[in-house]
Design a binder for this molecule. Structure first.
Ligand code: SF4
Length: 237
């Protein structure tokens, strides 16, 4: 069954620290008034222009194996492959901030207003990440309402293009999920349009399935080590 999710303006508002981190400014740092003004402008434009919407649809492990395999370009060993094998429930998801906000970012870059364009780009990316963080508990609520999960079930999202799941995985994901229903399309190079969109798989199960060592072969080349922050935020078991 497919669920469509809409969001309130408050839900779609990005976290201030996340926006500044996107600009290379550490959380809590004191910023100049010019930077503060840029942030306020970006927040207002985002609030006026974003049209956030998301969808998810349950998928069996057998079907997800087909989606995950894609056209065969994944790394041989990846976290998603291992975690999905231990999942209790799976769903594909996609979300977008809509076309208008991407157009506003492009307009400002083309007008040479790079400072505003860059801040707006960071704000939109932070907003999309925030929406992904809302879709995860919505899938859990969905599972709980059908007695397919317990309160200790933990849901995390994983996306093609990260941690060894090749970008070309988008092709099969789009075939199964049909995100065109919420206005997202895929280019030949597997980029989503509108650009400020996220897709992937929601993996539900005990929190421990999401804990893994960053010792996959690709991890030695990873600059962000972003999985560590998510793992630290998992509930104790
Ligand atoms: S270290 Fe990097 S590449 Fe490895 S799992 Fe974590 S985020 Fe992915």
């Amino acid at each position: 069954m497919t669920e469509i999710i809409t969001f309130s303006a408050e839900e779609a508002a990005p976290d201030r620290n996340a926006v500044f981190e996107g600009q290379g400014i550490p959380a809590g740092a004191v910023v100049t008034q010019d930077t503060e003004d840029l942030y306020n402008t970006a927040r207002d434009v985002l609030s006026d222009s974003a049209a956030p919407v998301a969808m998810f649809a349950e998928i069996s492990k057998a079907d997800f194996a087909v989606v995950y395999r894609g056209v065969g370009f994944n790394e041989p060993s990846t976290p998603v492959k291992d975690i999905s094998a231990r999942a209790e429930q799976l769903a594909l998801f996609a979300l977008t901030l809509g076309k208008s906000i991407s157009e506003k970012i492009t307009e400002r870059f083309e007008a040479g207003d790079f400072a505003t364009a860059s801040m707006l780009d960071s704000a939109a990316s932070a907003a999309a990440d925030r929406l992904a963080g809302i879709v995860e508990p919505r899938f859990l609520e969905y599972l709980l309402s059908r007695e397919l999960a317990t309160p200790s079930t933990t849901v995390l999202g994983y996306s093609p293009g990260y941690c060894g799941w090749h970008m070309s995985g988008q092709e099969k994901l789009f075939e199964f999920l049909q995100p065109g229903r919420i206005g997202i399309s895929l280019t030949e190079s597997f980029l989503m349009q509108p650009l400020k969109s996220i897709s992937g798989v929601l993996i539900a199960g005990p929190a421990d399935i999401h804990r893994f060592a960053n010792s996959y072969p690709l991890c030695s080349l990873c600059e962000t080590q972003s999985c560590r922050k998510r793992i630290r935020a998992l509930p104790e078991t």
